[in-house]
Design a protein. Structure first.
Length: 84
């Protein structure tokens, strides 16, 4: 199903196909209470809120894989020319 979707949308220049194995621990998700969601065990386990314990401690509970983030090309050059 994933491959069929990618094939049918292959003409989209901004499409970056990423299977779950690549995405699972290489994105940071925040819920409405500003808790990171740890998806490392195929669930969504919330950390403590960054409002209560700060970003560094909450991030340590997020299951985030920084090497996977870098390997998938997660660092982007966000600069672009403005259109008039």
């Amino acid at each position: 199903q994933f491959d069929a979707f990618i094939d049918s949308h292959s003409g989209q220049s901004m499409l970056i196909p990423e299977p779950n194995t690549v995405m699972q621990n290489s994105y940071l998700l925040l819920d409405e209470e500003l808790r990171f969601l740890d998806c490392s065990e195929n669930g969504k386990v919330p950390s403590q809120s960054i409002l209560e314990v700060g970003v560094e401690q909450a991030l340590s509970q997020a299951g985030f894989d920084d090497s996977m983030f870098l390997n998938r090309g997660g660092v982007f050059d966000w600069t672009r020319e403005r259109s008039n």
